[in-house]
Design a protein. Structure first.
Length: 94
C-alpha cells in the first residue's frame, strides 16, 4: 500500500461522534473522494453507512471473529497491518 497523509486530526477524544465534526467529513468522502481512496480512521470513528463506509478504513479491533479462507485472511491481515502503520504514522507525525 502506498499512500499520502493529506490531513490529520489529533487529540479529539469524545468529539468524533459529534455530528458537527463528522458530517463535513462524510460530505467530503461522499462528494470528493475518488473510488479506491479512503480515510484511515481510529477504531472509535463512526464508519457511517452505505457508500461513505467504503471510504473509511480502520484497523481491526481485537476480538473480531472472521470466517474467511486462509488466503483471504492472510490478505486481510496484511492490509490491516498496513492500515495500522499508516494510522500510527499520522499519530506520531511521521
Amino acid at each position: 500500500m502506498l499512500g499520502t497523509v493529506i490531513a490529520c486530526r489529533l487529540n479529539a477524544p469524545g468529539s468524533w461522534h459529534d455530528l458537527k465534526v463528522t458530517q463535513p467529513i462524510y460530505d467530503k468522502l461522499w462528494e470528493q473522494t475518488p473510488a479506491g481512496l479512503y480515510l484511515v480512521a481510529d477504531t472509535a470513528f463512526p464508519c457511517g453507512a452505505g457508500d461513505v463506509a467504503n471510504h473509511i478504513c480502520a484497523p481491526m479491533k481485537s476480538g473480531n471473529i472472521f470466517q474467511q479462507t486462509a488466503e483471504d485472511m492472510e490478505e486481510m491481515l496484511a492490509f490491516d497491518s498496513e492500515l495500522l502503520a499508516c494510522h500510527q504514522a499520522a499519530e506520531w507525525g511521521m
